[in-house]
Design a protein. Structure first.
Length: 465
């Protein structure tokens, strides 16, 4: 998911709509905005579909007045899949000291345990979303102001959370102690912005100030500026390494590094680790493109756009049902026959999850007359599900959970298949000495099976580490 918030500018909701539009890659199912103005109190709008199809209407935006607003784009990982407007964030709660709204990116790993406990104690849940727990925990807190109630609530929550919240006067941002999901601070005119990624600061002309630290809470007012607190026990940070590979936009900056440059560097590492003789390096668009550029540069093999993506489709993987995903590949990608014919082709993609994309693409490339097909993958084999906010399927559906690299190669019926090593990936993100196996610098659980936070709910349901 993507979260965005602004305080201290006129018609803040318009800025939030733009910010969410730039974060649309993080979630395409639905979006929502809550705003506040002194005369009219809180207002909200939650809609299915793209930001551009909803939050551009003047009649809707007029209902979201005020200098303070937050928003969310949704990509369902926890809770019900598919259509339920009650699951669309931000969530809102009314407390004795006034209202508050929250938008959450990440996944709470003990949400089911918390929900059960809260329902037994009288909480009335409105949605199936894990994020709603935060509002109910805040309602039960005895603290006298909302930021302190949030601290109380978030100390009970396990897993990944980057939260943007608002009261009548304050914009609040929090990152979990491991800092699994990103969150950045920007300055816009006399006001401030919080965003999942820097690309959404660019679109509103905000200046990137800094990242919110793992375990940090910022409480921001238009007049008083940014107050920084560290309410949690300090832990080693575990930023999601897959944000670098796939999830973030290539024009964002993470940890002082350009995401594009990191992806290009992954391609360079891949070409060193798994060279192969061929005539063409071709990305699987769009997510494989920067790595393919790096692979071509390092190997000296020409780069070419052998596959064209229909820009009017969403991301296949992000569509929540398997049926839609299966159709998606052909609706979305087509092969440039003139370029592919009679060539030995290296296809570069960011990841293999179920293997459905790779299988279909290989068939299309062979149909177009390619002589050989070699897959090079910009992440290690995805052998474990993510419980921290990326929607990977159950373990059994992951190709790499049940097959070795060689078996996957046979299964996909390609001439060769190689994944970047975990160490190679760490080098590409700027860790020159590779992965520190005693204390990994990132979360890489979907590749290593080493989960930095125990997935409490899943263990309860019988998931085996
Ligand atoms: P597969 O067809 O192997 O199940 O999916 C792999 C493709 O899904 C890749 O091309 C990748 O770009 C895309 N993809 C989209 N969203 C995600 C995601 O959240 N996780 C992963 N691993 N891949 C995703
Ligand atoms: Fe990121 Fe993978 Fe960790 Fe999930 S399991 S947070 S996708 S690195
Ligand atoms: Mg892709």
């Amino acid at each position: 998911c993507g979260v965005f918030g602004v305080v201290g500018v006129a018609d803040a909701a318009n800025f939030v709509a733009l910010g969410l539009h730039a974060l649309q890659h993080r979630g395409q199912e639905a979006g929502g905005i809550v705003s506040h103005c002194p005369e009219d109190g809180f207002n909200n709008a939650r809609r299915f579909g793209y930001v551009r199809d909803n939050f551009t209407s003047q009649s809707l935006m007029k209902t979201l007045p005020g200098p303070l607003a937050i928003g969310h784009v949704r990509y369902s990982t926890a809770g019900s899949k598919g259509a339920a407007i009650r699951d669309v964030q931000p969530f809102f709660g009314e407390f004795s000291m006034g209202g508050a709204a929250i938008a959450h990116n990440g996944n709470i790993t003990n949400a089911e345990a918390l929900r059960k406990e809260l329902i037994e104690r009288g909480s009335i849940f409105q949605s199936s979303s894990d994020s709603e727990c935060i509002i109910h925990l805040m309602a039960r807190s005895l603290q006298r102001n909302i930021p302190e109630r949030m601290e109380d609530a978030l100390r009970r929550v396990e897993g990944a959370f980057s939260v943007v919240a608002m009261t009548r006067t304050k914009l609040i941002g929090v990152r979990d102690p491991l800092g699994v999901r990103p969150l950045v601070l920007g300055k816009v005119g006399d006001g401030w912005a919080l965003s999942s990624e820097t690309c959404a600061l660019d679109i509103i002309g905000a200046e990137f100030v800094r990242e919110i630290e793992p375990g940090e809470m910022v409480v921001i007012t238009a007049e008083g500026g940014v107050e920084s607190l560290f309410p949690f026990r300090k832990q080693d940070s575990k930023f999601c390494i897959f944000e670098h590979v796939y999830f973030s936009r290539p024009d964002s900056i993470i940890g002082g590094r350009s995401v594009y440059e990191t992806r290009r560097q992954i391609g360079v590492e891949l070409a060193r680790e798994a060279p192969v003789e061929a005539d063409l390096v071709c990305p699987v668009p769009d997510s494989g493109t920067p790595a393919a550029i790096g692979f071509a540069a390092e190997s000296g093999i020409p780069f070419g756009l052998g596959i064209t993506r229909n820009q009017y489709m969403g991301r296949t993987f992000i569509e929540p049902t398997e049926q839609i995903r299966n159709m998606g590949v052909r609706l979305k990608l087509n092969v440039n026959r003139a370029l592919i014919k009679d060539k030995r082709v290296i296809l570069v993609d960011d990841s293999v999850v179920r293997g459905t994309t790779s299988r279909k693409i290989k068939e299309m490339i062979l149909d177009a007359g390619a002589k050989e097909v070699h897959f090079r993958i910009a992440s290690p084999p995805t052998a474990w599900p993510c419980f921290y906010g990326v929607d990977t399927p159950q373990r059994e559906k992951l190709l790499a959970a049940t097959m070795s690299e060689e078996e996957m190669c046979q299964h996909l019926a390609v001439d060769s298949l190689k994944f970047i090593s975990l160490n190679g990936l760490y080098r590409a993100v700027g860790e020159g000495d590779g992965r520190n196996s005693a204390c990994p610098q990132y979360c890489d659980a979907c590749f290593s099976g080493e989960y930095p936070v125990a997935p409490t709910d899943m263990l309860q349901k019988g998931f085996k580490l």
